[in-house]
Every structure is written in structure tokens, then in C-alpha cells.
Design a protein around this ligand. Sequence first.
Ligand code: HPA
Length: 270
Amino acid sequence: MLNKINQTAAYLKTMVSYRPETGIILGTGLGHLADEITEKVEIPYEQIPHFPLSTVEGHSGKLIFGKLGGKEVLAMQGRFHYYEGYDMKQVTFPVRVFKAMGVKTLFVSNAAGGMNPDFKVGDIMIITDHINLFPEHPLRGKNHEELGTRFPDMSEAYSPRLIAKANEIAERCGIKVQHGVYVGTSGPTFETPAEYRYFRRIGGDAVGMSTVPEVIVARHGEMEVFAISVITDLGVEGIVEKCSHEDVQKAANAAQPLMTRIMQELVTEC
Ligand code: HPA
């Protein structure tokens, strides 16, 4: 794995002169943040050694190097989901490469179903913590000390500093934000009413099928992490409605401008 990571990073370093310290994973329907990146160099995943290929509808797969708010950034447009059949080492490989490229801060976005009864479709939720319910752990197996410690601390997985900054930005821009615990599950099914109820009872505010593996690996590599969800459907007791991939995309697109604004300002300011 170490060789692969280093080979991929070495390849990317020959392709671009950018050396960004800021990484961004653009989740479902939030790809428009990419439109705000200037002086772009785009590299499709299929050209990158050892990169898995993205398959899911609505995700094109490429790395984007460029500038956002004057800062050099490295963004993933299209991520690898566990439900697509990748193993956890593949799902999190790009985060390892980010680290090897010099990325110190990781920004992540995703779509999630809301279980908190105060939430509405279209709300933006700043993730304050997570519950990992994926059936495979991304750090399972031999630990490479070069990549991080065997038993990483997860007491502050989501940077309190960045959360405070995002709160300031949201307030300044008049954007209402929610805060909560993200439950990460494998999918690809949406939840049954009983599952939503269960996730709520164990302390979750929203549930989704991504982010947790990438955040674990980012923290293993001692990156500072900020993550945000757009609430695309509700799994609130008594009002679990039918949900489709299209519903998720539609709600994510509607919230996109606000989410983009927060992320853009946060990347610029931190
Ligand atoms: N459950 C799981 N993943 C999701 C959901 C959901 O309700 N909405 C968007 N991603």
C-alpha cells in the first residue's frame, strides 16, 4: 500500500506544480463547488495510477487541482463508496494520496437522511461527530507507522476550530445551519423506519453512506477535518417518506448554493 500511495503521489507531482494543503471531497449534488475553483488542472481517475474508477450515477470521477479563494486546493469530484463494491482500502486510497501530496486540512460534503425531528429537507448540517456502522474498518490490518498510529484518537474527529469558524461564516451570511452526529452505514438501501428509529436512539441526527471511512483515514494521518451534510430526506419517526436517488439529488442541488458559500468562505479563511 505504501508503494502505491507514493507512486500515485509521485505521478501527480509530475502532472502539476500545485502543492495544496487543502483537500476537498465533493459529495452528491455538491459538485458545483468545483465551478468556483480557478486555474484548474483536471486529471480523470482513469489516468491516475492505482486509483479505483468511479461508477455511481451523478458522480464523474476526476481530481481537480486549482485555486479557491486564492488558496491552492485539491478536490475529488466523485468519490468511492463502499456499496459500489470497493474495499475500505480502495475507498480511502485518495485520502492517503492527499496526505502524501501534503494536504493538511480535509473538507468533506455528503447527502444524508435526517432523523432529528428538528431537521427539514434542504437543511445543512455541520457534522460534530460520527458513529461508524460500516461492516469493515478502514484501518483494519497491518498498521504502517509512517501513515499514522495504531490506535488513533477520535475524541475530536471533527475540528472544533473549523466548526466554530463555519458557525461564524453561516451567521455572517445569514445561513441557518444544524449540527449533529452522522451515522455512517454501508447502504445501498435507504433505511427502513425501524432502522431510522434505531439510528436516532443510538444518538444519530443524520445517516448516510460515505464520509466516515475517509474521515477515519484523514484523522489517522492527523489531518484537520471539517464535514457537512445536506439533509435530502427525512427518517423522522412517524414521517418516513419514500426516498429515491433522484429525490436525494434534487434536494442536494437545491441546497447547493448555501453549502458552496459556506465551504468556499471556510476554505479561504482557515
Ligand atoms: N439514508 C442513507 N443514506 C442517505 C440518505 C438516507 O436517508 N439520504 C441520503 N443519503
